[in-house]
Design a protein around this ligand. Structure first.
Ligand code: SAM
Length: 220
């Protein structure tokens, strides 16, 4: 009991310090792009809000959502953008877009069109509010559906944050990519897309909100 408490405390402090470090190294970017600073600040407030309320949630056994959640810091997104060579004419689709942090980064930095696919209504509502707050609503399209039941829209770049996706989601995505117009680029966070192993690919290891993680970029 005491061991698990101290283990929890150790992991918690380590995680807070890691997130603090991610914020410090991104400071120059926040000074240059105020919208990114505002976005990070609002997401920070939202996390603090849920951290404060978490004892209440635990007591009443309320779950925020069923899936694991993590996101990619702006500096890692900047490195990914360089590898993707993103242009303002590109359309970017995030398969499992969460609160839209990743897509908001691309629409703010590259002024490109973005499409969010998300199955948790609470997360997509936060994304919609943030896109209005940051004046990006005209660039964001929302699909509130499961990747298992919706047809993927046409895009130039697809993001797949698939650490918690099961094989049926990957199989569905594979069917779509096999039939869609090429060229496209696919970014897989945390797990390789095994069906695409034979395609041209880059792999980088970058900081994500939960720790360092492998990122695979496939060029189809
Ligand atoms: C790790 S989060 C990624 C968040 C976002 N891509 C980002 O980087 O900020 C994965 C997201 O995928 C969503 N998700 C999981 N399974 C899904 C499915 N079958 N259809 C649509 N979204 C799904 C989860 O609700 C979660 O928000």
């Amino acid at each position: 009991m005491i061991y698990s408490f101290f283990n929890f405390l150790y992991c918690f402090i380590k995680h807070v310090l890691y997130r603090f470090w991610l914020t410090i190294v991104a400071l120059p970017l926040y000074f240059m792009v105020w919208r990114l600073a505002l976005l990070e600040f609002v997401l920070f407030l939202e996390e603090c809000f849920y951290l404060l309320l978490s004892p209440f949630f635990m007591f009443f056994k309320i779950r925020r959502y069923e899936t694991t959640y993590g996101t990619i810091p702006f500096l890692s997104l900047r490195q990914i953008s360089t590898l993707l060579d993103i242009k303002s004419t590109d359309t970017i689709c995030d398969c499992g877009s969460g609160k839209g942090k990743c897509l908001l980064y691309f629409s703010i930095m590259f002024r490109c069109q973005v499409i969010a696919i998300e199955s948790v209504s609470y997360l997509i509502k936060i994304h919609q509010c943030l896109s209005h707050l940051l004046g990006q609503q005209s660039r964001h399209r929302f699909i509130f559906d499961s990747l298992l039941t919706t047809d993927l829209p046409k895009a130039d770049v697809y993001f797949i944050s698939g650490l918690d996706f099961d094989n049926s989601v990957f199989a569905q995505l594979q069917r779509f990519f096999a039939a869609c117009d090429l060229p496209i680029k696919i970014v897989c966070i945390g797990a390789p897309f095994t069906h695409l192993q034979c395609k041209k690919q880059d792999m980088v290891i970058l900081p994500c909100s939960w720790g360092y993680c492998e990122i695979y970029i496939y060029h189809l």
